[in-house]
Design a protein around this ligand. Structure first.
Ligand code: AMP
Ligand code: MG
Length: 434
């Protein structure tokens, strides 16, 4: 039995980030930056008004109040998008809209709410603005040369907004990995179809494909594959050319004719199976796999077909290039926990991000729990952040087939290998689930 760290380390040592590509900003959502972006222009790029109102010289309004309003002639109007250069001379003002360029000479904006609303020719102002009032200064968001976003940052809605505001039309990014998810097992049926005792509805492929999407991938779910070596090989062969990573569930336990995933893939050599000191989810397999000359291989040059693609260490998909395959155990909770602990870090690394998931939080247990000796347990829990700190409640239904408790969990309680019991009030390490 190998440790959680050893298994994860073995996986990460074989994972390479996908090659960067250049994308228009309209196609960059969900990808990860493969360059450090610095500001080429100041943001805002010119001094402008934060409000609808009047651009003034603040000296002209010293002492303006309800009792002593000041009336100024209005020279004209500058609206957002106007590119002409206006000037406010002493004793004058210019009507201005939010985002319009600040006229030369003006040093403050009087919001329209401080005025009588104004007319075409003049406006009466009842309050004195401080110099700089309601002015957005050039460069106050970003100075030229400032770091906008670093490589390894996922481009979500806010990052997209910033990159667009900074004027970037094209970006170097790592594409979203294409992940194909299979379930294996003769017992599996499509949800929504009738079943008889002995059969179950496939849950893992839906769950794992969704988890891969949550991890930033483009995930495809393949329908259940029977426990038949030929069916499994055909399904994997069929997907190899269009995937950057494969995930299977089921068929990796003790081996033998029913554990077809282990049986078939362990023959390739580059895919290794074994027991990991984790609960749930002890039987695990991982390796690099390629298609060469119509059969599965480890992708080494000697085995590749003459037309085959890159060398064994290439990270790129395509004919002959090996890609990672994660073979997870079939029990749904085991499969999900395995995804979070072993697959997610690898998918992060493929995208050029730090592989580790979110840091653990410390939380007080609201009740006792038990854990098998010699294994690191990841028990389903409900984490809350109260006034007296973080608390976590171990959920009932901790069986590795019990999806109901998993679906109501928002965290995994991490119990170290040597710990077999914890009491209410003990402080545990907790992994927040995405
Ligand atoms: P296996 O790892 O194939 O021995 O399966 C272990 C357990 O997980 C068995 O009870 C299977 O029926 C169940 N199982 C395997 N695959 C799935 C799946 N895709 N959805 C739900 N349960 C599954
Ligand atoms: Mg099975």
């Amino acid at each position: 039995m190998i440790s959680v760290e050893a298994h994860l380390g073995g996986i990460l040592s074989q994972i390479r980030p996908l090659d960067p590509v250049e994308r228009g900003i309209g196609e960059a959502e969900g990808t990860v930056l493969a360059e450090d972006v610095t500001a080429e222009h100041p943001l805002p790029s010119f001094d402008n008004s934060a409000m609808d109102g009047y651009a003034v010289r603040s000296d002209d309004l010293a002492g303006a109040s309800d009792d002593h309003p000041v009336t100024l002639p209005v020279l004209g109007e500058v609206a957002a998008g106007d590119t002409g250069a206006y000037t406010v001379s002493a004793g004058m003002c210019v009507r201005i809209t939010t985002g319009a360029r600040l006229p030369a000479g003006a040093d403050a904006i009087v919001p329209v709410e401080w005025t009588d609303g104004g007319g075409a020719a003049k406006v009466t102002i009842r309050r004195a603005p401080e110099p700089g009032h309601a002015i957005r200064r050039q460069g106050e968001d970003l100075q030229p040369g400032a770091a906008v976003l670093g490589g390894g940052t996922r481009i979500g809605p806010m990052q997209l907004g910033l990159l667009a505001a900074a004027g970037r039309g094209r970006l170097r990014v790592r594409p979203q990995p294409r992940v194909v998810v299979f379930s294996t097992g003769n017992e599996l049926a499509e949800p929504g179809t009738p079943i008889v005792p002995g059969r179950i509805w496939d849950s893992n492929s839906f769950m794992l494909a969704a988890a891969a999407r949550q991890a930033g991938c483009v995930a495809y779910r393949h329908g259940p594959v029977a426990d038949d070596p030929r069916a499994l090989v055909a399904a994997i062969e069929d997907q190899l050319g269009r995937a950057d990573a494969l995930i299977t569930s089921g068929g990796v336990s003790m081996g033998g004719e029913h554990d077809v995933v282990k049986d078939v893939l362990s023959r390739i050599g580059s895919v290794r199976f074994g027991k990991v000191a984790i609960h749930p989810g002890s039987p695990q397999g991982f390796g690099m796999i390629a298609s060469a000359g119509g059969r599965l291989s480890d992708g080494s040059p000697a085995e590749a077909a003459p037309s085959g693609g890159g060398p064994a260490e290439s990270s790129q998909p395509g004919e002959g290039a090996p890609i990672p395959i994660f073979t997870l155990p079939g029990n749904p909770v085991s499969a999900y926990v395995s995804f979070q602990i072993f697959v997610l870090p690898a998918l992060n690394a493929m995208q050029g991000m730090a592989p580790q998931p979110a840091p653990l939080v410390r939380a007080a247990l609201t009740g006792p729990l038990r854990s098998p000796p010699g294994k690191r347990s990841f028990l389903r829990g409900q984490l809350e952040h109260g006034q007296s700190g973080a608390r976590v409640t171990p959920l009932s239904g901790q069986g590795s087939h019990q999806l109901a408790a998993l679906a109501s969990a928002n965290a995994l309680i991490v119990v170290p290998e040597e710990v077999t019991e914890m009491a209410g009030g003990d402080v545990a390490n907790v992994l927040s689930l995405p």
